[in-house]
Design a protein around this ligand. Structure first.
Ligand code: HPA
Ligand code: ZN
Length: 338
């Protein structure tokens, strides 16, 4: 491991843009298929990886959703989340706010309770076994109707203590934030924090970011990197302390570039930019790997890496007391390891 990679691994970090269903590694996919008596068309890890041919968000999602059919029982969701939390812990992640896509499961007959019971048991176990803290963010699939999203929100209400916020993911094309205005307003009234994807280089990216910030009044923006094209929105996000959850390696799969110039420009302009892995099993890079990839690509210095790690806690939804403690831990780590 390089000095840079070792430094980044040890640096306390939060991860704020992580899809649990995007952590399904081929090995676990085979194990769950076998456990559930499901025949897979691919027979080896290499064959699975050969299907990972993405050139945009849509082509990624066409691989991402079908893989989920091996997830059926609470134990499957537990294993998925626990494996991820184990890897995140090994990468120096101390706190994580994880997306899950209930409709990708309820839509194929798996009950909401099965999904959330499995995820929750992994969170409790990981906290006990290695001290990592984790929260769940329920994402609505934006290519389904607003009515289905509302029904999913209502289905989640009995579990509200296990869910910190709601988000919006899946195919953005033709599915603007405004489509879900009533769902997000209800979620806010129910006490959830709000975030949503504004993916990279979408049709109407800037208008979607504007809607998310001004009309929905989100607490955070997922990706959102195209905001760099609009000075007014940059100032608005900065004034409100809105965190941006950037995902450099993911960007290099669904567009042509990591968007490292844009990410660094936003950091330099004082936005609360954070670095995350998105769907690490598909993009081959977990949290620390994303810091290293960006650092190598953009030539980040140590101070910039430390600023990104601090931002990850500032943009998170932890209490002020825990935030202060993590920021002090980072300072101590830097003093001891610089
Ligand atoms: N964008 C939209 N939908 C997704 C993503 C993403 O980055 N990852 C998993 N589902
Ligand atoms: Zn995402």
């Amino acid at each position: 491991m390089s000095d840079l990679a070792a430094f980044v691994r040890g640096l306390p970090k939060a991860e704020l843009h992580l899809h649990l269903e995007g952590t399904l590694e081929p090995e676990l996919k085979f194990k769950l298929a076998q456990r559930n008596g499901i025949e897979l068309p691919e027979k080896t890890v290499d064959e699975v990886k050969q299907t990972y041919q993405f050139h945009d968000l849509t082509s990624f999602l066409q691989v991402y959703y079908p893989a989920m059919r091996v997830l059926l029982e609470p134990a499957d969701f537990h294993d998925l989340a626990f494996d991820y939390l184990t890897k995140a812990h090994a990468q120096g992640v101390r706190h994580v706010e994880m997306f899950f896509d209930p409709q990708a499961h309820t839509g194929r007959g798996v009950p909401f309770a099965t999904v959330i019971d499995g995820y929750r048991s992994a969170i409790v176990r990981a906290r006990r076994e290695f001290g990592i803290s984790a929260e769940l963010i329920l994402c609505f699939l934006r290519d389904y109707s607003a009515e289905y999203a509302m029904a999913t929100l209502l289905e989640a209400l009995p579990y509200r203590d296990w869910i910190v916020g709601v988000g919006l993911d899946s195919d953005e094309r033709g599915n603007p934030p405004s489509k879900f205005a009533a769902v997000f307003a209800r979620a806010r009234r129910e006490g959830f924090l709000l975030t949503m994807h504004c993916d990279i280089d979408q049709q109407d990216s800037i208008e979607h970011i504007r809607q998310a910030l001004e009309d929905i009044a989100v607490d955070r923006l997922d990706h959102g990197t195209n905001i760099v094209e609009d000075d007014r929105l940059v100032e608005l996000a900065k004034g409100r302390g809105i965190g941006l959850t950037c995902c450099p390696v993911s960007n290099s799969f669904v567009t042509t570039l990591m968007k490292s110039d844009e990410i660094v420009a936003l950091l330099d302009r004082g936005l609360t930019v954070t670095i995350n892995s998105d769907d690490p099993a598909y993009f081959g890079a977990y949290a620390a790997d994303n810091y290293v990839a960006l650092a190598e690509h953009a030539g980040l210095d140590l101070d910039q890496l430390v600023a990104l790690a601090k931002n990850s806690f500032r943009a998170s939804w932890i209490t002020p007391g825990r935030l202060d403690a993590f920021l002090r831990e980072i300072d101590d780590y830097v003093a001891a390891n610089r």
